[in-house]
Design a protein around this ligand. Structure first.
Ligand SMILES: [Zn+2]
Length: 349
């Protein structure tokens, strides 16, 4: 099957490693695990060349192991205080830096597109640091400056809960993504600061109003790292055709999210979800975004993946489904990694 590498827009592997530490669920990134989605041996098997690694702060920090992201449990969507979020963010960032150090050169935290290309050429795993939900950032942006200096290159202003910068969509289906207010004044300042520092602004999880606020402000390509087509699955987490058209106009991209509840038209959490549904989203996204605007944003280690893919080692199965749907090798390469590299280059340069 496919020998095409994948550069992916979103995973929660660092969170899985952080929450598991010191518990029976502890695992090493360097050993093959029987559960979860990404470790180095399985990444190699699936030709996962790297991607955006999220730093995410769970709402239930005191009882993090109980986090199940149950959409019906409001405790999972409670606001987090900035000092708590910053402390957890620094812990996760330190974990990533340690992971790079302990990898004996096999993992590289990349800060430029050239560094990603070099890591891919050398067969090393390229890790781009992403913050999902800006709870750790203070209104005067000091934490943003320091995190940027440490290697942060991508940031989503909100996760699916409110913070000082704006509001996010609930995991509701069927639902419009127009579920609440957009960016606050601090949120608009955050977008300007990201533009200045050349940190990618990620639109996934934002309310539709927030999306349009970023679109009006940002001077960079619009990117939704892990969001699907609302026309196929009417989840609040997915993008309407109008949003997809705005992304296309900015020469941005959207990354296909593998979470079954964001794929299936019925929004159900059922792992027995056919690959055909992933192809349907990709077809629709291609029709609005064009061949340069669609990429992957798996959400590995943060979601329920269709059984046929299973984990990161199953990526070639998805690329094979694209092939069987009639996509040419050149298009598959664009979706698998080239479009991400191109949009990051245009965002960071
Ligand atoms: Zn997410």
């Amino acid at each position: 099957m496919s020998q095409i590498p994948v550069f992916d827009g979103h995973n929660d592997t660092l969170l899985k490693l952080e929450l598991g530490a010191g518990t029976p669920r502890e695992r090493s990134f360097f050993d093959r695990a029987a559960r979860d989605h990404i470790d180095l041996p399985r990444a190699r098997k699936g030709r996962f060349a790297g991607g955006l690694f999220a730093i995410y702060v769970p709402s239930q920090l005191g009882d993090a192991l109980k986090v199940r992201y149950d959409p019906d449990d409001p405790a999972n969507f409670a606001e987090v205080a900035q000092p708590d979020a910053l402390a957890f963010t620094l812990r996760m960032f330190a974990r990533a830096l340690r992971l790079e150090r302990e990898s004996a050169g096999e993992v590289r935290i990349c800060r430029t597109a050239a560094e990603i290309r070099a890591a891919m050429a050398d067969g090393k795993l390229a890790m781009v640091m992403h913050v999902e939900g800006a709870e750790a950032i203070d209104a005067d942006m000091t934490a943003l400056e320091v995190l940027h200096a440490a290697g942060l290159r991508s940031l989503g202003p909100v996760w699916s809960r409110p913070n000082i910068f704006g509001d996010g969509v609930p995991m509701a289906c069927p639902s419009s993504p127009d579920t609440g207010p957009g960016l606050t004044d601090a949120g608009k300042e955050l977008v300007r600061a990201c533009n200045r520092l050349k940190i990618m602004v990620d639109l996934s999880h934002l309310t539709e109003k927030g999306f349009w606020d970023v679109a009006a402000l940002s001077d960079r390509p619009l990117v939704a790292s892990h969001s699907n087509a609302h026309a196929v699955c009417p989840s609040a987490r997915n993008l309407t055709d109008r949003q997809l058209d705005a992304i296309a106009e900015s020469r941005g991209l959207a990354g296909l999210n593998f979470h079954v509840a964001f794929l299936r038209p019925d929004g159900a959490n059922i792992s027995d979800t056919p690959l055909e549904v992933m192809v349907r989203h990709t077809d629709h996204m291609l029709s609005r975004l064009g061949e340069d605007g669609v990429a992957l944003g798996s959400d590995f280690d943060g979601c329920m993946v269709p059984r046929a893919v299973g984990d990161v080692a199953g990526l070639p199965v998805l690329l094979q489904a694209f092939r069987e749907a009639g996509y040419g090798e050149e298009l598959i390469e664009k979706i698998a990694w080239k479009n991400w590299l191109s949009v990051l280059e245009r965002t960071w340069n």
